[in-house]
Design a protein around this ligand. Structure first.
Ligand SMILES: Cc1cc2nc3c(=O)[nH]c(=O)nc-3n(C[C@H](O)[C@H](O)[C@H](O)COP(=O)(O)OP(=O)(O)OC[C@H]3O[C@@H](n4cnc5c(N)ncnc54)[C@H](O)[C@@H]3O)c2cc1C
Length: 440
């Protein structure tokens, strides 16, 4: 079969790898001048760095298997994560049940209740009981208002911005449930994975394998339109840098774009399917990456539980991967998940940095802007689908109303949180669906 794939993120690359491995022809068309999509990397000093911070959990077996299969298993390191929470003007350790018990932001009974509820969430498998209720409602009821406001609300706001009170408890349950798998024993500290050499190296090797297996990855090649004849997808209309508009024919097409992009690519999609696509909203990710001459904190992952601070997380990558990888520099992501109409999204990098700078001194009283050797500003669109209550009912199907046209994207990952692991899983799944349909 000859398959056209839109998007060279983890999903599109995995699908092409699987299809070409079985002798089919797969061509990927990627709008950006680089591969990797949301997990793409850029050169920084002597190393390569993800545009948005990235790590793996122990439960991420699909991507770990793929990394092993393409011969990069020896590059994978599992490193103890250093998690903290900034609350009441102070950074608290927040990596283990012991840390929770000694957290000074709540009274003893609140901490105990929080610990017991978290333990219950780690142990229960009753997903259906969480699907119809928001995380806010469930948590306020079970842990009480204050523990919810101090611990959970900042986390939900951090991830879902203005949609924080609409997020399903099923999403949060799964997140907690899976993270336990990152510990051998409950009281152990969590270990997170990172492919030394960056996620970019994983994608590079994957691309090389696709090429060796006869496939192609075309960069700076945005798809304008999916060509449909008699309700069958027959080709792609491409806008190729330097070549202009080109049309290519395919037996089947896999789109890995966000749902709203997909809706624009297909002429005359039935309103019922379009309506389903529009049901899921997305947030973007906006990142300021500081290159410092010394550490800012001693945490890898710092949740900011103080709403007066205009960012929701500080991820100090070099408290996870050694600074020597980046020429001795210290790398700090300052992150937000805004909607596209939020000033944090529309502001330029310089203004955003200026807006953030006054608050860094709260995280480290010695901080001085002279520590900043360089900075980068990145925006990632459609970074986080909003997982509302009864989300299962609004997941679009992989089969679209157009024959030989398939949709596979992050809105179809549920109840897990979107992530490279699930895009790899979906890449394999969609390849097998396409092949199955082609032989029946
Ligand atoms: C800030 C941030 C932090 C994250 N942290 C982690 C983490 O720690 N661990 C983890 O596992 N995951 C993490 N993720 C999530 C992970 O990166 C994504 O879930 C995953 O990479 C999505 O891959 P994908 O291929 O499904 O989609 P994408 O990466 O979005 O790929 C889709 C591709 O389609 C292309 N495209 C769109 N329209 C067109 C068009 N018309 N023509 C051609 N190409 C088109 C896009 O340019 C893009 O490259 C993070 C994401 C962000 C934003």
């Amino acid at each position: 079969m000859k398959i056209g794939i839109i998007g060279a993120g983890a999903l599109g690359l995995t699908a092409a790898y699987e299809l070409t491995k079985l002798g089919h022809q797969a061509d990927i068309f990627e709008r950006a001048p680089f591969i990797g999509g949301q997990a793409s990397t850029f050169e920084i000093g002597t190393g390569r760095l993800e545009r948005g911070y990235h790590h793996l959990f122990r439960s991420d077996v699909d991507i770990v298997n793929l990394i092993n299969e393409i011969g990069l298993g020896h590059k994978l390191r599992w490193i103890e994560s250093k998690v903290g929470i900034f609350h009441g003007g102070k950074i608290w350790d927040f990596a283990s049940p012991k840390d929770l018990l000694s957290f000074g932001g709540l009274g003893f009974l609140d901490r105990l209740r929080l610990g017991l509820v978290t333990f219950y969430l780690q142990k229960t498998n009753n997903l259906s009981s969480f699907e119809g209720v928001t995380a806010k409602e469930w948590l306020e009821r079970k842990v009480g208002r204050k523990p919810y406001q101090v611990i959970w609300e900042p986390m939900l706001k951090g991830k879902f911005g203005r949609y924080y009170d609409q997020v399903s408890m099923a999403w949060l349950w799964n997140k907690i449930h899976l993270r336990v798998a990152s510990r051998e024993r409950l009281w152990d500290k969590e270990k997170l994975g990172y492919p030394m050499g960056s996620f970019g190296e994983v994608f590079d090797v994957l691309e090389k394998k696709i090429r060796e297996q006869g496939g192609h990855v075309h960069l700076s090649s945005g798809v304008n339109k999916i060509v449909v004849e008699n309700n069958k997808a027959v080709g792609l209309e491409l806008n190729i840098e330097g070549k202009g508009i080109v049309t290519k024919e395919y037996d089947s097409i896999i789109a890995t774009t966000p749902s709203y992009v997909f809706g624009r690519l297909v002429p005359n999609l039935p309103e019922s399917f379009l309506h389903n696509l529009k049901k899921t909203s997305y947030l973007s990710a906006v990142l300021i990456i500081l290159v410092l001459d010394r550490p800012l904190t001693n945490k890898y992952w710092l949740n900011i539980a103080d709403r007066d601070i205009p960012f929701v997380g500080v991820i100090e990558h070099t408290n996870f991967v050694d600074p020597s990888v980046y020429g001795g520099n210290h790398i700090v992501y300052i992150t937000n998940y805004p909607s596209v109409d939020d000033p944090i999204y529309t502001m330029n990098g310089e203004d955003l940095l200026e807006a953030y700078l006054p608050y860094l001194g709260q995280l480290n009283s010695s901080f001085d802007r002279s520590w900043i050797k360089n900075y980068f500003h990145h925006k990632v669109d459609a970074a986080q689908p909003i997982i509302g209550v009864n989300y299962r009912d609004r997941i679009p199907s992989h089969h679209t109303p157009v024959e030989n046209l398939y949709l596979a994207n992050t809105t179809q990952i549920y109840p897990e949180d979107r992530g490279t692991n699930y895009s790899v899983q979906l890449g394999r799944k969609i390849a097998s669906i396409v092949l199955n349909d082609g032989t029946t």
